[in-house]
Design a protein around this ligand. Structure first.
Ligand code: IMP
Length: 417
């Protein structure tokens, strides 16, 4: 185990290989203690990971899950869209558990501010799409699409604007709200938005990094290591995902490096995270979606309900062409296959291995193992069929499965040398 962890090198990324919710948090948690800086690059409060603070479980959306590790620097990168009240609430939750994160947080000045108005636009657009086509994208309604539209439309407010004199900040906010009202015909609440910006400025003003890439580069050249915590998953990528049923950011390693301003050759390893089966929330294609009975079984065994929205996740089987696509796009150096134990009771496990000419999935039935793998920490202790299942994924993708999750607890993980 020591070998694999030290062989990852000083700049490691953890990237979801499916439609998000692959269970990236656990490997991040395991790795975080070995890295100096934990960074989130893109996306916003559409992400969701459950963090246990004290005796209570909380779902965090903006802070990376590695932030709980004492003394680590936490970075929110330029590619993010940040809803400030959510960030303040997460900081406050940690504070109540005596974890003070403010002094070790840097937020890129170029990250965009996501306003409540963006959330209202997101909800309105979902309604309109549903009326027009019978179904929306199934967004998280966290304002992500509209905030990125402002960004690429070059009308957005960035974190640096919090440092403007009061009057200029007000003007910038009012200009943006007017623009949103005119474009989308929604009512905005300038007083509430102003208040949110003021509160964020007073707590976080000093935590805004004017040149986050240079700041990171300087730290890296002093020997500091970086763990990049990817958000969402490859199949939700705006360019390479199942468009239009995608999120509005680049969820691949390229997007993460761009979002943080880290040069590609600095990356030393990239861990792709995939469930041993597959889930998706929201609408859109899902070639290996299971029949209703299997979906219900996988959902109950795997606790497959969205962390951000609580929606039941659609469940299905592994689709190797998707994993290969993830490997191509990201150059995965290792897999973390999560939740292997959820398959423990399956007699036979279908795996999508390709597409037939008629557009239907070509299946391979893998024999199940019908034995508990819960909590196993050594690969050799897995039932033979479970070992074969993992080896099949490795052979088909050319990527070694270095980490295999066998249960929800931190220690329930196989780490292979
Ligand atoms: P948005 O990112 O809220 O605009 O949602 C677009 C699509 O991405 C929807 O299908 C969401 O359910 C999905 N999505 C966004 N973030 C996540 C995530 O962190 N996990 C899983 N699905 C997500």
């Amino acid at each position: 185990m020591q070998n694999i962890l030290s062989s990852l090198g000083p700049v490691t990324a953890v990237i979801g290989a499916q439609w998000g919710d692959e269970g990236k948090g656990k490997v991040v948690d395991m790795l975080a203690e070995r890295y100096d800086i934990i960074a989130r690059a893109c996306g916003g409060a559409n992400a969701g990971h459950t963090i246990v603070v004290g005796a209570q479980k909380h779902v965090f959306h903006l802070l990376p899950s590695g932030c709980l590790h004492p003394g680590k620097t936490v970075v929110l990168g330029s590619g993010m869209v940040i809803h400030l009240p959510t960030l303040l609430e997460e900081i406050q939750t940690l504070k109540q558990a005596r974890i003070d994160i403010v002094d070790r947080l840097w937020i890129a000045a170029n990250a965009h501010i996501l306003l409540d108005a963006h959330k209202a636009v997101d909800a309105r657009q979902e309604e309109q799409r549903a009326q027009a086509t019978g179904e929306g994208i199934g967004t998280t309604k966290r304002g992500i699409g509209p905030a990125y539209m402002e960004k690429t439309g070059r009308t957005g407010l960035r974190m640096e604007s919090l440092l403007l004199p009061e009057k200029s900040l007000q003007e910038a906010l009012h200009t943006q709200l007017r623009h949103i009202e005119e474009l989308y015909g929604i009512q905005t609440d300038a007083n509430m938005e102003e208040q949110n910006l003021r509160e964020a400025r007073s707590l976080l003003g000093k935590r805004i990094s004017h040149d986050a890439p240079a700041h990171l580069a300087a730290n890296m050249s002093q020997g500091k290591s970086v763990l990049i915590e990817g958000a969402q998953g490859v199949l939700l990528d705006i360019d390479h995902g199942t468009y239009p049923y995608v999120t509005s950011s680049a969820t691949t390693i390229a997007g993460a490096l761009q979002g943080l301003g880290i040069a590609p050759q600095k990356l030393t390893s990239c861990i792709g995270v995939a469930k041993a089966y597959c889930t998706r929330v929201g609408a859109g294609t899902f070639a290996t979606e299971a029949d209703e009975e299997c979906q219900n079984r996988l959902r109950e065994r795997g606790g497959e309900y969205g962390a951000t929205t609580g929606r039941p996740r659609r469940c299905g089987w592994l689709h190797l062409p998707d994993l290969n696509k993830g490997a191509i796009l990201n150059g995965f150096t290792h897999w973390n296959i999560t939740k292997l134990d959820v398959l423990d009771k399956e007699e036979s496990i279908p795996v999508g291995v390709g597409m037939q000419d008629d557009g239907t999935v070509q299946w391979k039935q893998m024999p199940g193992w019908c034995e508990s793998t819960a909590g196993i920490t050594l690969f050799e202790d897995l039932p033979t069929n479970a070992q074969s299942y993992v080896r099949f994924i490795e052979e088909q993708t050319g990527v070694p499965a270095a980490f295999i999750g066998t249960g929800p607890k931190r220690e329930e993980m196989i780490t292979r040398a």
